[in-house]
Write a new protein. Structure first.
Length: 293
């Protein structure tokens, strides 16, 4: 009898969290999955949902905007994630040693990560304007004025986004790496120095393998973060009618709230989920070859 009462008490305590989880997580996921197979204009309510089968998914891959969004998002992931990981490991390695004003530098690196994303995107848009700071700096080193159209040129508009993605990610990655580096035994470096290993050799053969678990974790979370990038791209593409730097999440938002095609938006979101799951699975399979436990 007492065991039943304890079980009932436990379920009563768990009930609020379970209800919130079901209502705010499980139901929206299930609803979006169903909606992806319908033709639905949100303003028409649930009664306006009409079964559409796989037509949303078929039509999406005929959509040139979505194809461009996938291409751009893959570019952001494959360029910015490795650069962010490599730079953060190098900076963490340097800051972990005796560096002048190390604590101040750590703060400066971390500020962009916690700053408002819209404000940072606006700041980068200002820097990369035709008359912005970047062109002024380039003009200083050139005989002729530099007037590169960073925000509107098809071949250049992705560069400011990638710069921002790298810059804003460094703070968090550096802090995590610094924690991992402090767990690396100094005895390993002392033994390597006795054997005549250079600093570069110590970094490649001691530091990197010893923080491989952390690298794997950061690769996963950073990859997911870049795949669902929205704010920086949305703010920076406002003045670009063609939206050459668009991302998958921006296209999902546009389909849902600009075109009011919620069925299409849900289908695009599920395609993004499948892409993330695929690359996460690949990394979990591949990590057996380079992650040291």
């Amino acid at each position: 009898m007492k065991r039943r009462q304890d079980t009932l008490t436990a379920w009563l305590f768990l009930a609020p969290a379970i209800i919130i989880f079901l209502v705010l997580i499980v139901y929206p996921i299930g609803m979006s999955g169903y909606a992806s197979f319908t033709k639905w204009k949100f303003t028409s309510g649930l009664k306006g949902m009409k079964w559409y089968g796989f037509k949303n998914y078929v039509n999406i891959f005929k959509d040139l905007n979505f194809k461009a969004a996938i291409s751009n998002t893959f570019l952001y992931v494959f360029v910015t994630v490795p650069i962010s990981i490599i730079l953060s490991l190098i900076f963490a390695f340097l800051l972990n040693n005796k560096v002048y004003m190390a604590k101040t530098l750590r703060l400066f690196y971390f500020i962009p990560y916690i700053a408002n994303a819209v404000a940072i995107a606006t700041l980068f848009s200002t820097w990369f304007r035709n008359d912005g700071m970047v062109n002024n700096i380039l003009s200083f080193f050139s005989k002729d004025p530099v007037g590169l159209k960073w925000m509107s040129d098809k071949s250049l508009c992705k560069i400011p986004v990638m710069f921002m993605l790298v810059w804003t990610s460094l703070g968090y990655l550096i802090i995590i790496y610094m924690g991992a580096l402090q767990n690396v035994s100094s005895d390993l470096y002392e033994a390597a120095e006795i054997d005549g290993a250079s600093k570069t050799q110590q970094f490649l053969h001691i530091t990197f393998p010893m923080v491989s678990q952390t690298t794997f974790y950061l690769l996963i979370i950073r990859m997911i973060a870049v795949f669902k990038v929205f704010v920086s791209v949305n703010v920076m593409s406002m003045k670009s009618p063609a939206k050459w730097n668009t991302s998958i999440m921006v296209e999902v938002y546009s389909a849902a709230f600009s075109s009011m095609q919620f069925g299409k938006a849900c289908a695009e979101a599920w395609i993004l989920v499948l892409i993330v799951l695929f690359f996460t699975t690949v990394q979990f399979v591949g990590q057996k070859k380079w992650v040291h436990y």
